[in-house]
Design a protein around this ligand. Sequence first.
Ligand code: C2E
Ligand code: MG
Ligand code: MG
Ligand code: MG
Length: 292
Amino acid sequence: EAKKMARGSFRILDNASDSEVQSRLIVGSALRKAIQHSELLLFYQPQICVTTGKLHGVEALARWQHPVLGAVPPSRFIPIAEETGQIEAIGRWSIAEACQQLAQWDQLGIMVPVVSVNISAGHFASSELLQQIVDVLDAYNLTPDRLTIEITESVMMRQSSEALATLSAIRGIGVGLSLDDFGTGFSSLSRLSTLPLTELKIDRSFVMNFEENISSLIVTEAAITIGKRLGVRIVTEGVEDDSQEKMLRSMGCDVMQGYLFGRPMPPAALNTWIMERSLGKNGVMKENSRLK
Ligand code: C2E
Ligand code: MG
Ligand code: MG
Ligand code: MG
């Protein structure tokens, strides 16, 4: 019976047209075990400061390595975790895991200024999120400016007043707040100005379409203008080639993230990535070496 289930889940994961209900049940219960058996990992993707070329920070991105199913992407399990009430456990875990990793980098003398962690809307409804953050920062002896919380735009815009209070409290203790996937969630501009943000993160879909679609360029330019007026940092995700990089640089983007600089990677690979970038071609340390 268990074998049948496993085989079934394979088929269902590969083919979304199969029974979604069954798929959710299987993935949902496997996910519960994944959290217990530490099958979840965090990968880290570098974020580059445009003016200095130095590492601004890293985004922590969840990965699920299932013993039978293999690598399950977050697009497959995060929505299910949200529906099956497991997203709080994942959020709690990812904040702790990311902060532990940051403390470890500190100990190794590897300079990672800030880590960004994705937190789902459901978790903001919980009154415990703030205390969880405070406790983890305290446990790893990190100042609050070392952590940024990313929340998606669509979610931030339909938040309750309690969730908004949680956001303000998190910002109030000095943790960064980033509005992820900006441009896809139909923000009301007046609402936007009331959110306690430190960062706007322009969605990958706009950068992707620069060449084919003039409106993507216009939206990105407008988003950057709005961000500057709000006094927040502008981050773009999904930067894959030089022409996108050049364009974003000329538009005044502050921080870039994308395959051009580095993919999401395990902590050890990021160590290597950082060391290789800080060394010149002949192994000589370069002041201000441009990270490209
Ligand atoms: P996101 O937060 O917008 O993360 C950016 C996504 O874009 C990541 O996908 C990243 O791997 C991908 N990406 C970055 N640069 C490039 C690029 O140059 N080209 C392309 N094609 N893709 C790029 P990933 O890791 O599959 O994560 C997908 C989404 O899943 C994330 O989108 C986030 O919304 C969610 N997610 C991931 N980890 C977590 C987590 O721990 N908790 C929660 N609640 N959500 C998470
Ligand atoms: Mg994100
Ligand atoms: Mg994003
Ligand atoms: Mg995105």
